[in-house]
Structure formats: C-alpha cells, structure tokens
Design a protein around this ligand. Structure first.
Ligand SMILES: CC(C)(COP(=O)(O)OP(=O)(O)OC[C@H]1O[C@@H](n2cnc3c(N)ncnc32)[C@H](O)[C@@H]1OP(=O)(O)O)[C@@H](O)C(=O)NCCC(=O)NCCS
Length: 83
C-alpha cells in the first residue's frame, strides 16, 4: 500500500504536531503492516530529522529522483520495521 504526503501546512507554529501525526500513523500501522517505507527529498532536513527521530532509517538514495524547476534533487528512501 502507498499512502500520504505528510504535511502540516500553516500550522508550523504548533510545535510537535508533525511528530504527533506521524506517531499516530505509525501506531495505526502496527499489527497491520510489517514495514513502512517512504521517500523524502534529500534536501528536506526537517522531515528527515522527524522520520529519523521516529526510528526510520535510510536504505538508499535515488539520484536526481525529482525534477523541480529544471533542478534535479536526490530522493532518500527510508524504512521503519514494525516487527
Ligand atoms: C515535515 C513536517 C510534517 C514536520 O512537522 P512539524 O510539526 O513541523 O514537526 P514537529 O514540530 O513535530 O517536530 C518533529 C521533528 O522534526 C524536526 N524539526 C522540526 N522543526 C525543525 C527545524 N526547524 N529544523 C530542524 N529540524 C526540525 C525535529 O527533529 C523535530 O523533533 P524534536 O522537536 O524532537 O527535535 C512539517 O514541517 C511540514 O509540513 N513540512 C512541509 C511538508 C513536508 O516536507 N512533508 C514531508 C514530505 S516527505
């Protein structure tokens, strides 16, 4: 199953909301899935730190995986084992 672009638009001042949402998502997956995989732009240090703080680990990089305004950005592949 593939799902969800994780975002907390316009509520960046509510510190902790992203982590709370991700924790809820991960807990909701326990018992139903064995692993969660996600993709994050390598330049997105805030999101990467959030995922790392929840235990996600990087297993690869897709070089230039996303093109934005004629610029290629690496995509980092991350996983979290639930079992
Ligand atoms: C990524 C996003 C969901 C995080 O949500 P948030 O509510 O800002 O994050 P939180 O306040 O819960 O902080 C969670 C962790 O993120 C990291 N973080 C948050 N703000 C940060 C900042 N300004 N600089 C560095 N790391 C930061 C920290 O590791 C933090 O954990 P800590 O407070 O225990 O150190 C949010 O910034 C967002 O919507 N970004 C735009 C969309 C996006 O990039 N989505 C990810 C797609 S893969």
């Amino acid at each position: 199953m593939r799902a969800v672009v994780f975002e907390t638009p316009g509520i960046e001042n509510l510190k902790g909301i992203g982590k709370a949402l991700l924790r809820k998502t991960v807990e909701g997956c326990r018992g139903k899935f064995e692993i969660i995989v996600l993709e994050v732009l390598a330049t997105n240090t805030v999101a990467k730190r959030l995922y790392q703080s929840m235990g996600f680990r990087t297993y690869g990089v897709l070089p230039g995986g996303v093109k934005r305004a004629d610029r290629y950005i690496d995509v980092e592949l991350m996983y979290l084992r639930l079992v």
